[in-house]
Design a binder for this molecule. Sequence first.
Ligand code: 0O2
Length: 212
Amino acid sequence: ITPDQLRGMQSQLQRFILEYEFALREIDTKIEILRDEFETMHDYNPIEHVSSRVKSADSIMAKVDRRGIPRDLAAIRAQITDIAGLRVTCSFTDDVYRLFDLLTQQEDIVLQTVKDYVAEPKPNGYQSLHAIVCVPVFLSTGKINVPVEIQFRTIAMDFWASLEHKIYYKYDGSVPAQLLAELKEAADIAAALDARMQGLHHQLHGIRASGS
Ligand code: 0O2
């Protein structure tokens, strides 16, 4: 490979990654607008926090090889849909669906796939609502539609998922059975807590509505 070819590949890759960063900015802005509107117009804010990341080149290539996808940008663009990822952590389970609706019903957003691990948790207890959406990004060369994976979850679901993720990596995927059972139990407790908090929240709003 010549230095010129290498420079060409580097700039292609840089441009490729940039498209996903732009898409994340578009979605971030949409969420910021919703959050600001909720704060100003309503009596509470359903969004606790938002985080986003673009997958690193190493992690994209690891997934490409794991899945047997050709190492070419067009194939990667078509088949890896979580290069841009965004996580919206909400206060209550209702808010998870509310935010999902508010975002995915916007007319420039195209909903591609939904995985509802809240309605149907994974066997290990993992809960979250996952959506792959396509968002338009306007470049000097024209419009491109870029896929973004959005994960909607409650604080309790997020708490559980981040600990489970750490444990999974610590044990390199081979987590002892006892720990897996405890994690599943913790997931059930987190789900029960979410249901309880949601109930309290409804009561609070009921009291406010009838008391005002
Ligand atoms: P990261 O670092 O968060 O990006 P795949 O994307 O191929 O791994 P699939 O079935 O296409 O799998 O995607 P799915 O089921 O929608 O889940 C993808 C992402 O959801 C993961 O991304 C995690 O962020 C999260 N996730 C899914 N299952 C679990 C789980 O059991 N525990 C935890 N803690 N997180 C989970 P990545 O790429 O694995 O990691």
